[in-house]
Design a protein around this ligand. Sequence first.
Ligand SMILES: [Zn+2]
Length: 328
Amino acid sequence: MSNFNYPNFPVSRLRRLRRTPALRDMFRETRLSKEDFIYPLFVVEGAKIKKEIGSMPDNFQMSVDNILCECEELETLGINSILLFGIPQTKDAVGSGAYDANGIIQKALREIKKRFSEMLVITDVCLCEYTAHGHCGVVENGFVENDKTLELLAKEALSHAENGADIIAPSDMMDGRVAAIRQKLDENGFSETPIMAYSAKFSSAFYGPFREAAESAPQFGDRKSYQMDFGNSDEAMREIALDIQEGADVVMVKPALSYLDLIRRAKDNFNVPIAAYNVSGEYSMIKAAAEKGWIDGEKVMLEVLTSIKRAGADVIITYFAKEAAKII
Ligand SMILES: [Zn+2]
């Protein structure tokens, strides 16, 4: 707000510009557009698989053939970017499937880029979907070892880039992983591949439904030794600052809805693109309440997505992307 002295009532009447739909439309400050959205997809091995995720209505685990059909639909809807999560057939202690040239993401990338060269394909880089213990890194004596994990994450990122990923999105929350990935990509001829870092990723109960979708629940303990404490805002700014210094092109706040203050704070503090992840729990709550007839799901969805953009997000990763694209 400027220091200008606005005239008081009755000279000022803010309702004047709210009187008709045309006036309200003209003076709306925040508008959603299809280009704002990134749609997450879960890829599984096999063929002709399209299995609905129980806690996330209208979202599916899909085999590559069905992912291609999905891309066709997205293209028709005008959604041009997707975020891929891979669910491998087998898991092991070091998440080998994550950096296997014939891993599920690598295969999906090759097929998608062959048919949909214009589609912006972002890949989640983490180990939790690929490790038998379900943690995001190498576990030794019950602890996720930071520096040993970096090497594997860098390997995974390079493997994604080699198979056609347009943007690499590390979600593990290890210290120093953006630098490790940047260096690995640069050394191997991928200096033009951007990194979208999950910078302020909180240990959140809102991820519940996602764990069913990605089959990535930790088999012991929780992720609190690497994901952030939801009471912390200053620390989130430090995480974001470090990721920018390490070479992140886009920084992310995750989840979105309970963290709108951090999206705004990041936008005000750092002159970089901000992504926000409208996570599974935020999606499922609206779906469940709408199903019960307690809220108007469509209206609540638009209000939530608009609030995330108004808070300062440049792009929104959301399971609502298709539904929202149909009505805006
Ligand atoms: Zn993870």
